[in-house]
Design a binder for this molecule. Structure first.
Ligand code: GDP
Ligand code: IMO
Ligand code: MG
Length: 428
């Protein structure tokens, strides 16, 4: 019996998809507990590149994959994802189960996301505009439509019509109040695709996922919960308001799957050997210089969902310390070490200078560049590690880098990823 959790410790895109794919053979079930198609989790194997958005990253293995109650599903995005997975050979109809309590993203949620974002002007969040914020808002204000509502078509249509009507009133309000110009969209077509997506969703097995999962726990099955986004995008603990609208942290596993906290075993925290962020918001170690460009180029740092260029910077230990504390991390995974292959010197932010003091955790707010990162400069290894598959064969400068991080964070780095492919990995 064991429930492990794998989640991101930074601002998302740490490489969660790859590690879930690598670890899945050890598990009977992979379950997503929050987020929706704002996520983009990349898997690379057999010369294929697959990006998952709502569906867990274990679909290419024997395990069952669950979309939990904490997830928001957009039927339009879901069709595209299922098509891609079928083309890539995943036996998706056998492997995917959907919680009856998962919530739906409506076409009008996406329009609302757009007008709300535009109304913020220069303070916009840089949302993926997948309707995430408005969909979770409706969940919290107790008017959302859930997967289980699809069982009664008449009631479902009534709920859909009444909620869409409210959304249109709100959209009109925003348009008038903020004088917004919105590109023409063919809403009828969007709605048609959405209902096609609903028909596709109905072909999958709907479950009471909290009961299903707890029965599997009692039957000694191994389960891994797959996080989306990252700790610093958590609605409570992230860089609010520049965050997403769900709990991306370990607590989200309990509410997003119905797993009791006492059943959680390992919490595997995953981080890049440097830091990235896509969208707006504070980023203390951001590099707006040639080193930042180099990280972006070598790391191919362009968003898996929106294609946007990711902001890049040095590793930030105050952020990692905070994320480890909030999540109760027991094991660390370091990704994309190979991206640092060609640096003479690499910096690590160990602390911040804030308000005349040296601090080791982020303060209440990181806005307005109010912290000054304090860096330790480390010697780069300046050679390729892509074909190295034993820890001891790594360049000593990289071993120093890893051991310095472990020393600062007081947790062992169990896995080091040295390239995007499944097999480019060192397990200690
Ligand atoms: P996720 O959202 O956390 O699953 O991460 P993404 O898939 O959005 O972004 C991670 C990106 O890094 C993807 O393009 C991966 O293929 C790639 N990647 C994963 N691990 C490594 C690695 O160790 N080295 C390199 N160079 N790329 C990696
Ligand atoms: P994965 O799971 C990186 C960011 C957006 C924006 C903010 C709010 O692939 O790591 P939202 O669409 O939720 O309204 O956007 O959060 N964001 C992500 N950044 N990776 C993600 O997911 C993200 N999902 C949302 O860029 O700044
Ligand atoms: Mg991603």
């Amino acid at each position: 019996m064991s429930v492990d959790v794998l989640l991101g410790l930074q601002w998302g895109d740490e490489g969660k998809g790859k590690i879930i794919d690598v670890l899945t053979p050890k598990y009977d079930i992979v379950a997503r507990f929050q987020g929706g198609p704002n996520a983009g989790h990349t898997l690379m194997f057999d010369k294929k590149k697959i990006v998952l958005h709502t569906i867990p990253s274990g679909v290419f293995h024997q395990s069952k994959n669950i979309i939990g109650n904490g997830v928001v599903i957009d039927p339009i995005e879901f069709i595209k994802e299922v098509d891609d997975l079928i083309n890539a050979g995943a036996k998706i109809f056998e492997k995917l189960l959907i919680s009856k309590k998962a919530n739906l993203i409506l076409p009008t949620h996406k329009l609302l996301d757009k007008v709300i974002e535009l109304s913020k002007g220069v303070n916009k969040i840089g949302s993926t505009l997948r309707g995430i914020g408005p969909a979770y808002s409706d969940k919290i204000s107790r008017q959302a439509i859930r997967i289980g509502d699809l069982s009664n078509n008449e009631e479902f249509i009534n709920k859909y019509n009444s909620l869409s009507k409210k959304h249109f009133e709100l959209i009109d309000f925003y348009k008038k109040q903020y004088n917004l110009e919105i590109d023409d969209i063919d809403f009828t077509l969007m709605e048609k695709k959405w209902f096609e997506g609903i028909e596709l969703i109905k072909k999958f097995r709907f479950i009471d996922s909290e009961i299903y999962i707890n029965e599997k726990i009692s039957n000694n099955k191994n389960i891994i919960a797959e996080g989306a986004q990252g700790t610093m995008l958590d609605i409570d603990f992230g860089t609010y308001p520049f965050v997403t609208s769900s709990n991306t942290t370990t607590a989200g596993v309990c509410t997003g799957l119905g797993i009791p906290p006492t059943q959680i075993n390992d919490v595997i925290g995953i981080f890049k050997a440097y830091t990235t962020r896509v969208g707006a918001g504070p980023f203390p170690t951001e590099l707006n210089d040639a080193n930042g460009d180099k990280l972006r180029e070598y790391g191919k740092e362009f968003g898996s969902t929106t294609g946007r260029s990711r902001r890049c910077g040095w590793l930030d230990l105050p952020i990692l310390r905070y994320a480890i504390m909030i999540n109760g991390v027991t094991k660390l995974v370091m990704m994309k070490a190979d991206v640092l292959d060609n640096f003479e010197a690499i910096k690590i932010c160990t602390h911040y200078e804030y308000d005349g003091k040296i601090i080791s955790h982020p303060p209440y707010s990181l806005e307005n560049n109010n912290v000054k990162p304090i860096y330790k400069v480390m010697k780069g290894w300046n050679k390729s590690i892509v074909n190295v598959n034993k820890y001891k064969e790594l360049p000593y400068e990289l071993i120093n880098y890893i051991e310095f991080i472990e020393d600062q964070l007081d947790i062992r780095i169990e896995i080091i990823s040295t390239g995007p492919k499944r097999e480019e990995i060192i397990v200690r």
